[in-house]
Write a protein that binds this ligand. Structure first.
Ligand code: ADP
Ligand code: MG
Ligand code: MG
Length: 921
C-alpha cells in the first residue's frame, strides 16, 4: 500500500465539524479526511477516531465511514437505505482504490476491505467485523499471484468465508451445540490430516483450499444458498449485517446494562485491508498505553505473529506480551513506542489501540480511551496529573463514580490465603477477590445466581453469548486468552474479578468438570480467584477489608501507607474542593455515623428512629405502647422507650462530633411492629400481661389494605401527639447531655409524609413545647431546626405554604417516586423489569430518579420552597442520594446536600464533585 500517502497529514485539519450536509452519508478517511474525533455521534467512536488518527499523521489504512444516520434511516424505513448511499459508497471505494493502487474485484491486484461496525460508545464484541471482503474463486488466485504467497491468499479466503458465513449468513452455533460449526469443520480436517490439534498457521495451501470448499458446502447446507461471489453483493450484505446486528440480543442486553439508547445506532467503516498474516514479519496486536488493570505506566498489550486481528481478540490462541516484539521486530516495536507517546500526548488519556504489522510496517486500526478498572482509573488520574498531562479537575472527572465502590471491595485475607491451596495462575485481568461455586456455562451460572449462590464462571474462553453469565458471576476464570480477550475486556468494564489464560486448568464442558493440580472440581464446587495477582485457589477463601476501608474505618497504619490509600485520599480532597453540594449519610447507629464521617460525610441526612425500636426489650415496650387503650397507658409505655431513644441519640451526636443530624420521627405503619402469628401473639400476651385476644384484635384493627398510603408518617404523631412528644424529649435531653460534654450538637427534627402545612404546624408545636421544657429543666440553650420530608406530591406542590413553617426540606425520593408514579416499589418486581425491556422506563426509577416526572416535583418544591423562605435548607435522603446520575440532577436543581448509606459516601462525594465541575464548564 502507498503508506506514505496515507500517513501524510490531511490539509486544513480543522477541529470544527463540517456542517453535516443532509445528504452526506459517507465520510472519507485517509489522504483526505472528512471527519474528526469529535464526531462520534455521527461516525461512531471507531470512525471518528480513525479520522482523528489520520489527521495527526498516524499510519491508518484508508477507508470511509457510513454514518449512524443511515442506521436510523434503515430501521425507520423497513430496512432500506437512502437513495444516495450507493453512489457515495462507490465514490468511497474509488477513493480507496486511488490511494492503494488496488481495485475492488480486480483480477490482477484486488482490493480487499474490512467492514467494521462502530457505535458511538464502543461496544466490545457486540458487533461483528468482516475481514478480507472482496475475495472469490478468481480474486483469490489474483491475490496469490500478485503477492507470490498462495498460503496467505487462501488463509484470507478461508477466514473471509468463515466470518461472512457466521456474521452475514448466520451460520452459527445452534442452541444444542457447544462449538461453532466452522470450528468443528476445522477441527475435523486437522484430525483427518494430522491426527492432532495443530495451529492454524500450520495449515497448508491444500488444507486451506479444502476448508474453503467445506465451508461453502456448510453454508449451502445451512442457508440453502450459494456463497455470494460478487464483491459488491458481499459488501452490501455485510453492511446490512452490521446494521442488523444493532438489534441482536447481545447488543440489546449490552445496551440495557449500560443505558445506551437504541436511537443512537451504529456506523459502519469500510477500510482497505492490511495483512498481518503474510508470514513471520507480520502480525496483529492490541495494546494499551498503560496497564488498564492496575494502572502502572508500562507499555501493555499483546500480539500474535502471522495472524489477523480477530485471532487476538477472540482469545483462540494465547498471544505474547507486546514487550516480546522488542526482540522479534525491533523496528516495529520502536514505531509502536512512538505511536504510544503520540497517542497519549494527543488524546491526553490512556488509549486502547489495535494495530497490524504487515511485513514490518505498522498500521493503526483503532484507538479509543481504554476501559479501565477503578484501581487503574485512580492511578492513571494521579500519575497523569503529576506528569502535567491533565489538571486536577480532569483527574477528578477521570474516575468513574459508579465504579468507585470497587476500590472498597474486600481483598483476600492474608492469613487465609496462606492456608489456601493455589492450584493455578493466570493473567490478573480484573482486580479484587472472589470466591464462588463454579459453573461452566452462562445459563447454569445465571440459574445458580438466581438461587442465591455465589457463582464463579469458568470457561475455556468467553464470548459475547456468555455475557448474562458474566453479569451474574462474582468472578470469571478462563483457561485461554490474554489481556485483550473477551473475558478480560468485559471484566475491566464491569469491574468483575477476573483471572484469564490460566492454562493449568482443564475445562471439560461435556463432563462439567474442571481439572487442576491433579484434582477434579465439579459444578457447584468452590474455587477462589485473586484478580489482582492472577492466582486461583481451591475452595472458599475468606476476605478482608480493602486498604481504604482498613485505613479509614479500622485505622490500620500499614494500609494508610499504601499508594492506593494515598491516591484515594487525594481524590477525595479534590472532590471536596470541587463540590458545591455536601454529602451526608443515612445512619441509624453511632457506628454507622462514625464510618460515614470517616468516609467524609458531614452530617446525617436521615436517622430512621423506628429501627431503634426493634432491638432487644424495646420492641416489647413499643408493642405495649401500640396496644395501649388510654393516653395514660400509652404515656407509661412511652416512658419506657424514652431512655433507649435518648441513649441512641446521644451516641449518634457524639459520633458526629458537631455535624448536624437529621432525625426523622416515627414513620412506618404501626402494625409492622406487632406479632403476626398466633404463637408470637400468645408469647407477647404472657410477657406484658395483656389477653392474647386483645392483641389479636388490635392486629386485626391495624390491618390496612394499603399500608404505604395508610396510617403512617406524621399521621401517627397527629393521632398520638404523645409519641412525637416523647421522641422530641429524647432528642433534646440527649442534645443537652452531649452538649454539656463539650460537643456541639445540631439536631434537625424531620416530620415525615407531610402534605398539608397544618400537619407540620401541629407537630412543630409539640416539638417546640418539648424543647422549651428540656431547656428549662436542664438550663441550657439548644440549637435545633424543625423541617419536613417532601415525599408526597401534595407536599411538593404546596411547598410554598409548607416552607412558611419548615426550616428545611429533605426530599424522600423513595416515597416521592412511589407516590409520584403510583407504583409500589416492593410490588414493582412483577412488572418493572418488563417495562425496562420495553423501554417504557429507561432506568429503574427507584435507583435513578425519574427526572422528567418525579424530577419536576422536586423542581417545583425547590422553587416554591425557596420562594417562600430564601434560606431554606434543601437535601435528599432517598436511595437516589447515592446514585451518580441522580446526583447530577440534584446538583442542577441546586440542593444543598445529598445523603446516602455510609459506604456510598465516597461515590456520592465523587459524583457531587463531577456534577459541580460539569455544571461549571
Ligand atoms: P471490534 O470492534 O470487535 O474490535 P474491529 O472492527 O476493531 O472490531 O475489528 C477487529 C479486528 O479486525 C481489528 O482489531 C483488526 O485487527 C482487524 N481489522 C479490522 N479492519 C482491518 C483492516 N482494514 N485491516 C486489517 N485488519 C483489520
Ligand atoms: Mg476493535
Ligand atoms: Mg418515606
Amino acid at each position: 500500500m502507498a503508506k506514505k500517502l496515507a500517513r501524510k497529514k490531511s490539509t486544513g485539519a480543522s477541529r470544527i465539524a463540517p456542517p453535516a450536509s443532509k445528504n452526506k452519508f459517507v465520510y472519507l478517511f485517509g489522504r483526505k479526511t472528512d471527519g474528526n474525533g469529535s464526531m462520534k455521534a455521527l461516525l461512531g467512536g471507531k470512525g471518528a477516531n480513525l479520522g482523528e488518527m489520520c489527521r495527526i499523521g498516524l499510519p491508518v489504512p484508508p477507508g470511509f465511514t457510513v454514518t449512524t444516520e443511515v442506521c436510523t434511516y434503515y430501521y425507520a424505513n423497513k430496512r432500506t437505505y437512502p437513495a444516495q448511499l450507493k453512489g457515495q459508497m462507490e465514490a468511497g471505494i474509488a477513493a480507496i482504490e486511488q490511494q492503494t493502487g488496488k481495485k475492488f474485484g480486480d483480477l490482477k491486484n484486488p482490493l480487499l476491505v474490512s467492514v467494521r461496525s462502530g457505535a458511538r460508545d464502543s461496544m466490545p464484541g457486540m458487533m461483528d467485523t468482516i475481514l478480507n471482503l472482496g475475495l472469490n474463486d478468481q480474486t483469490v488466485e489474483a491475490l496469490a499471484t500478485k503477492t507470490g504467497n498462495a498460503r496467505f491468499a487462501w488463509d484470507c479466503y478461508r477466514r473471509f468465508v468463515q466470518m461472512y458465513g457466521d456474521v452475514v449468513l448466520g451460520v452459527q452455533k445452534r442452541p444444542d451445540e457447544d462449538h461453532e460449526p466452522f470450528e468443528v469443520v476445522i477441527e475435523k480436517l486437522k484430525h483427518e490430516r494430522y491426527h492432532q490439534d495443530i495451529e492454524d498457521t500450520k495449515l497448508s495451501v491444500a488444507d486451506l483450499q479444502e476448508l474453503v470448499r467445506r465451508f461453502k458446502a456448510l453454508v449451502k447446507e445451512r442457508v440453502g444458498q450459494n456463497f455470494p461471489a460478487s464483491p459488491w453483493d458481499q459488501l452490501m450484505g455485510a453492511i446490512g449485517a452490521v446494521f442488523g446486528s444493532w438489534m441482536n440480543d447481545r447488543a440489546i442486553v449490552y445496551r440495557r446494562k449500560y443505558n445506551i439508547p437504541t436511537e443512537w445506532g451504529t456506523a459502519v467503516n469500510v477500510q482497505a485491508m492490511v495483512y498481518g498474516n503474510t508470514g513471520e514479519r507480520s502480525g496483529s496486536g492490541v495494546a494499551f498505553t498503560r496497564n488498564p488493570a492496575n494502572g502502572v505506566k508500562e507499555f501493555y498489550g499483546e500480539f500474535l505473529i502471522n495472524a489477523q486481528g480477530e485471532d487476538v481478540v477472540a482469545g483462540v490462541r494465547t498471544p505474547e506480551p507486546v514487550a516480546e516484539l522488542k526482540k522479534q521486530m525491533p523496528e516495529a516495536y520502536a514505531e509502536l513506542e512512538r505511536i504510544r507517546q503520540t497517542l497519549e500526548k494527543h488524546f491526553k488519556d490512556v488509549q486502547d489501540f489495535e494495530f497490524t504489522i504487515e511485513d514490518d510496517d505498522v498500521y493503526m486500526l483503532q484507538t479509543r480511551n481504554g476501559k479501565r478498572t477503578a484501581m487503574a482509573a485512580l492511578k492513571f488520574s494521579m500519575d497523569m496529573y503529576k506528569e502535567k498531562l491533565i489538571d486536577w479537575k480532569t483527574a477528578v472527572m477521570r474516575n468513574p463514580a459508579d465504579q468507585l465502590e470497587q476500590l472498597l471491595a474486600p481483598v483476600f485475607d492474608t492469613a487465609e490465603v496462606a492456608k489456601a491451596k493455589a492450584i493455578a495462575s493466570g493473567l490478573p485481568a480484573g482486580p479484587g477477590a472472589a470466591s464462588g461455586q463454579i459453573y461452566l456455562n452462562a445459563d447454569r451460572a445465571v440459574v445458580a445466581a438466581d438461587r442465591g449462590e455465589k457463582v464463579l464462571l469458568v470457561r475455556v474462553e468467553t464470548s459475547p453469548e456468555d455475557l448474562r453469565g458474566m453479569i451474574a458471576a462474582e468472578g470469571i476464570l478462563t483457561a485461554r486468552g490474554g489481556v485483550s480477550s473477551h473475558a478480560a475486556l468485559v471484566a475491566r468494564q464491569m469491574g468483575k474479578v477476573c483471572v484469564c489464560g490460566a492454562a493449568a486448568i482443564e475445562v471439560d464442558y461435556q463432563a462439567r468438570t474442571v481439572k487442576a493440580d491433579g484434582r477434579t472440581f465439579k459444578e457447584g464446587d468452590w474455587m477462589s480467584i485473586d484478580g489482582t495477582i492472577g492466582q486461583v485457589y481451591a475452595g472458599q477463601v475468606k476476605t478482608a477489608p480493602s486498604e481504604i476501608v482498613a485505613g479509614l474505618i479500622n485505622g490500620n497504619e500499614a494500609a494508610k501507607k499504601t499508594e492506593k490509600f494515598k491516591h484515594f485520599q487525594q481524590l477525595m480532597k479534590w472532590c471536596s474542593d470541587a463540590s458545591r453540594m455536601s454529602v451526608r449519610t443515612n445512619a441509624d447507629t453511632p457506628e454507622q455515623a462514625a464510618n460515614a464521617v470517616a468516609f467524609g460525610a458531614v452530617g446525617i441526612g436521615l436517622t430512621r428512629t423506628e429501627h431503634m425500636f426493634f432491638e432487644g426489650d424495646r420492641i416489647d415496650a413499643m408493642r405495649e405502647m401500640i396496644l395501649a387503650e388510654t393516653v395514660e397507658e400509652r404515656k407509661a409505655a412511652l416512658a419506657k422507650l424514652l431512655p433507649y431513644q435518648r441513649e441512641d441519640f446521644a451516641g449518634i451526636f457524639r459520633a458526629l462530633k458537631g455535624y448536624p443530624a437529621t432525625i426523622r420521627f416515627l414513620d412506618p405503619p404501626l402494625h409492622e411492629f406487632l406479632p403476626h402469628t398466633k404463637q408470637q401473639q400468645e408469647e407477647l400476651a404472657k410477657k406484658i400481661g395483656v389477653p392474647a385476644a386483645r392483641i389479636h384484635q388490635r392486629v386485626e384493627q391495624l390491618h390496612e389494605f394499603n399500608p404505604m398510603l395508610g396510617f403512617r408518617g406524621c399521621r401517627l404523631g397527629i393521632g398520638y401527639p404523645e409519641i412525637s412528644a416523647m421522641q422530641a424529649r429524647a432528642v433534646f435531653e440527649a442534645a443537652a447531655d452531649v452538649q454539656k460534654e463539650g460537643i456541639k450538637v445540631r439536631p434537625e427534627i424531620m416530620i415525615p409524609l407531610v402534605g398539608f402545612k397544618k400537619e407540620l404546624d401541629l407537630q412543630i408545636e409539640v416539638v417546640h413545647q418539648a424543647a422549651r421544657e428540656v431547656q428549662a429543666e436542664k438550663k441550657i440553650k439548644l440549637n435545633y431546626m424543625v423541617g419536613t420530608m417532601i415525599e408526597i406530591p401534595r407536599g411538593a406542590l404546596t411547598a410554598d405554604e409548607i416552607a412558611q413553617s419548615a426550616e428545611f426540606f429533605s426530599f424522600g425520593t423513595n416515597d416521592l417516586t412511589q407516590t409520584g408514579l403510583g407504583m409500589s416499589r416492593d410490588d414493582s418486581g412483577s412488572f418493572l423489569p418488563h417495562y425496562q425491556e420495553l423501554e417504557i422506563v429507561k432506568k429503574n426509577p427507584f435507583a435513578t430518579i425519574d427526572v422528567t416526572g418525579v424530577g419536576q416535583l422536586v423542581e417545583i418544591a425547590v422553587a416554591k420552597g425557596r420562594g417562600a423562605r430564601p434560606n431554606l435548607k434543601l437535601g435528599i435522603c432517598g436511595e437516589h442520594g447515592g446514585d451518580p446520575a441522580s446526583i447530577h440532577f440534584f446538583e442542577k436543581v441546586g440542593l444543598d446536600y445529598v445523603s446516602c448509606s455510609p459506604y456510598r459516601v465516597p461515590v456520592a462525594r465523587l459524583a457531587a464533585a463531577q456534577a459541580a465541575l460539569q455544571g461549571r464548564q
